[in-house]
Design a protein around this ligand. Structure first.
Ligand code: C2E
Ligand code: CA
Ligand code: CA
Ligand code: CA
Length: 275
């Protein structure tokens, strides 16, 4: 317990100290997480806006920590990126996702998040090809979600990698669109097959004039460039109605469901439910 004698500056030091210890522990635990089988994939539906029929799933990573329980990717992905662990973790995600999707009865697409460090690995395209070959997944069903951060580092290299992926018929989505600073020129230079409007613009879009303007312009831009647009983070009917009126292509969000466990997902993707 803290006494009155603790000065604010002291508390600050203690807080910093505690945080750095937590961080060291997190890095340590993260290193063991792969070999201890602590990662799990969950699947979130993506629906076409026209009929609301499912068209695919985005794969999202979960870490079931032995003592802390579920740790959010927003907490551990940045640490995985700092330590380079994201390369091994990302490779695992991609392999598991391809293996899973290859077994479905319905040819839904599978969208996988790819961290910048993964994409710049010299073996990345080859690794993807190996995965497709080993699992038998139709490359047309695989969609890789990348962010601006992937492009900024080495534009020429990223462009080359993207073209190679496209030659394999793999689709590439621009994730978190609108949150960076040079998205517009990137859409012109890089061959994106989809734009994902970030959740921060979709939330309350029917009530917030500025967000509405941003979402509307993005949808117009997508239409002009002939790139389908998915809105993420749709939670309520009013947001959905707005997006429908503005001719958005597809949607994803809690309105359609939280990310699902593998078994729940298979009830949709497979004919006979698996338990
Ligand atoms: P993201 O790629 O933008 O993924 C969408 C996030 O929004 C997910 O959070 C999802 O659960 C959440 N979400 C979806 N619909 C709604 C909604 O209607 N309302 C709200 N409030 N949230 C919604 P999650 O799973 O916690 O992942 C957070 C971020 O962690 C992801 O953002 C992505 O950047 C990263 N991430 C997750 N899995 C992976 C992975 O396998 N590899 C890499 N590199 N990053 C990952
Ligand atoms: Ca994503
Ligand atoms: Ca996103
Ligand atoms: Ca996001």
């Amino acid at each position: 317990a803290k006494s009155e004698a603790d000065t604010p500056i002291c508390q600050f030091d203690e807080e910093m100290d505690r945080r750095s210890r937590d961080k060291t522990q997190l890095v340590h635990d993260l290193r063991l997480a792969l070999q201890n089988n602590e990662f799990e994939l969950v699947y979130q539906l993506q629906n076409t806006l026209e009929t609301l029929a499912p068209v695919g799933f985005e794969v999202l990573l979960r870490w079931n920590h032995p003592t802390r329980g579920r740790v959010s990717p927003d907490e551990f992905i940045p640490v995985a990126e700092e330590t380079g662990l994201v390369r091994d973790i990302g490779a695992w995600v991609l392999r598991e996702a391809c293996r899973e999707a290859a077994q479905w009865d319905h040819p839904y697409s599978i969208a996988v998040n790819v961290a910048p460090q993964q994409l710049v690995q010299p073996s990345f395209v080859e690794d993807v090809m190996d995965n497709l070959f080993e699992t038998g997944l139709d490359p047309q069903r695989l969609e890789l979600e990348i962010t601006e951060a992937s492009i900024i580092d080495d534009q020429a290299h990223t462009l080359k990698v993207m073209h190679k992926l496209k030659e394999l018929s793999i689709r590439i989505a621009m994730d978190d669109f609108g949150t960076g600073y040079s998205s517009l020129s990137m859409l012109q230079t890089f061959p994106f097959d989809k734009i994902k409007i970030d959740r921060s613009f979709v939330q309350d879009v029917h009530k917030d004039a500025q967000r509405a303007a941003i979402v509307r312009s993005t949808l117009l831009l997508g239409a002009a460039l002939d790139i389908p647009v998915l809105a993420e983070g749709v939670e309520v009917e009013d947001e959905l109605s707005f997006l429908r009126a503005e001719s958005c292509t597809s949607v994803q969000g809690f309105y359609f469901g939280q990310p699902m466990t593998r078994d729940d997902m298979r009830r949709i993707a497979c004919n006979a439910a698996v338990d």
